[in-house]
Design a protein around this ligand. Structure first.
Ligand SMILES: [Zn+2]
Length: 116
């Protein structure tokens, strides 16, 4: 299973209405779109632009998609790593169902992986 980095997405999501933080007091386990806790997601293998594009398709506003992706990678806003790499996004089923992407459990062998 690919391993990706997750970040505190909520920092980059502007004035959206957030649900109460989980037991840990943060949004670490939250869907990157709606901020509700979820154990599902998908992986992307490809360049940084692919992940930003995927976030847009999933419903993150264009101006926030690059910031959200940079938060996941731990790079300065608007930038990303070079080359091809794996990024795991935590996304709930509700948010993914209006996109072409399928979600699977983050822990286990069934994580859907999309390649550029
Ligand atoms: Zn969601």
């Amino acid at each position: 299973m690919p391993v990706g980095r997750e970040a505190s997405w909520a920092l980059y999501r502007g004035p959206v209405k957030l649900p109460e933080p989980g037991m840990q007091g943060d949004y670490h386990e939250a869907c990157v779109i709606c901020m509700r806790g979820t154990d599902s997601g998908m992986a992307f293998v490809g360049p940084a632009e692919m992940v930003v594009a995927a976030l847009s398709v999933l419903g993150v506003p264009d101006d926030e998609a690059a910031l959200t992706a940079a938060a996941a990678w731990g790079t300065p806003p608007g930038t990303g790593p070079h080359g091809e790499f794996t990024t795991v996004l935590r996304v709930c089923q509700d948010c993914a169902k209006s996109s072409p992407f399928k979600v699977g459990l983050l822990v286990g062998p069934t994580l859907p992986t999309y390649r550029w």
